[in-house]
Ligand binder design. Sequence first.
Ligand SMILES: C[S@@+](CC[C@H](N)C(=O)[O-])C[C@H]1O[C@@H](n2cnc3c(N)ncnc32)[C@H](O)[C@@H]1O
Length: 487
Amino acid sequence: MGDRSEQGGRARLRREARGRREAASVIEVADALHGSASGRTQDVRGKRNQRCETDFDSRRMCEAFPEGRDTSRMTERFNSETKLNMSERSKHNTSPALPPPSPEAQAHSARLQALITAEIAASGGVISFARYMELALYAPGLGYYSAGARKFGAAGDFITAPELSPLFARCLARQCEQVLRALGRADVLEVGAGSGVLVAEMLNALAQLGCLPEHYFILERSADLRERQQALLRERVPQWLERVVWLERLPAAPFRGVVLANELLDALPVHLFTIADDGPRELCVGVGDGDGDGALTWRTAPLSDPGLQTRLAAIRRTLGEDALPLGYTSEINLAAEAWLGSVAEVLAAGVILLIDYGFPRHEYYHSQRASGTLMCHYRHRAHGDPLFLPGLQDITAHVDFTALAEAALDNELSVAGYTTQGAFLLASGITEQLAAAGEKEQLQLAQHVKKLTLPHEMGELFKVLALTRGFDEPLLGFAWRDLRGKL
Ligand SMILES: C[S@@+](CC[C@H](N)C(=O)[O-])C[C@H]1O[C@@H](n2cnc3c(N)ncnc32)[C@H](O)[C@@H]1O
């Protein structure tokens, strides 16, 4: 017994020593990144295109999609070669090797497919991909985010940054603190709160900083997720519950404070386009021909929304007339700029913080990303077939941050900061948080810091965009690396 507890004690000490070493090495790496980051910021100025190529190539090298390996949404990476292109997709309407769903899950998906098929029939044989994605993700009671299955975390389909580590919320809380203190009486509004874990961690962190907002509003589209958020907050932060208010729509009164959206915009429905012989066409969804099995299939049609033509023209203005060659297929997210417009309407003063994976336009629509960025997540596997089992899998596309910045300016917001998630978290004190953690926690938190900040993990692919109105202080999280010149 004595021996065993001595061995246990030694093992614990070894673990703790390892934790300290890990933490120290993570802090060293972070410092090195800081050094190179500042150097790179200067480098960017005046060398925009060269930097773009360098960034893109190095990303492609580390973005090879790890086929067959479990992936999480946040670390999934891919390049054009590893994705199915659209013509291959239509041939492969059934899916790559994925874990088989249960009979109940298949029945659920069949009900959603029947609803989608009925809408396709009522619409004359095709619906836009954006409408398909809308139904697949948000059809009441049936869509991926609206129905009851677990999405987030190890038991779900993917993991997001707040699910991974409390350090993410602690850093965001420091950025919010700056804004809340400067504005005086102010609120936080989180849009698309998922499981609610970020809300809970933010409230704890803001309370520790002595800076709780008057209200922490949540705007969540999914009724099922709203219920899950309520249960989680009742359990984890009952003492702050009275400050939390669930909204049905954006606040009617002018809003002062911080609007926060982590991985919201990548979950908004996108239109798909492809460049055909006679110009751009929209990729739409119809029902299979001939064999009578009623399977969903790809169709092409003229562009359904004038906004698509405007955006294609903007892409060509940025990348040159030779951009988007024959066969080039990608996405356009009109919903993101519409959403931003409606938030801008109610923001009286404060900051909108948007965190998501994506690129500036010249990287997004790069010639080597010729199959776009659309990706699906099903039980920690990433694949490229959005018509597979609607309702059972997540569908997502990267964010064009240049389009967001343009929409911000159109709505009289200032673009106050754009940087990588790694740089944002480092500037917001993630290594200080790690150093301050208890010895027992440090081993695990050191792993989180690596995942959240290293370039080949979430550090570079994820970006943070800050849009402001009536708030002129330089923002804490953007002090290390200012990438606005790349937008
Ligand atoms: C990918 S999840 C991200 C969840 C959470 N923010 C996180 O990081 O774990 C997207 C979330 O946005 C919600 N959502 C999508 N569109 C929305 C909208 N227009 N308004 C509010 N919530 C929305 C979804 O229901 C879901 O909760």
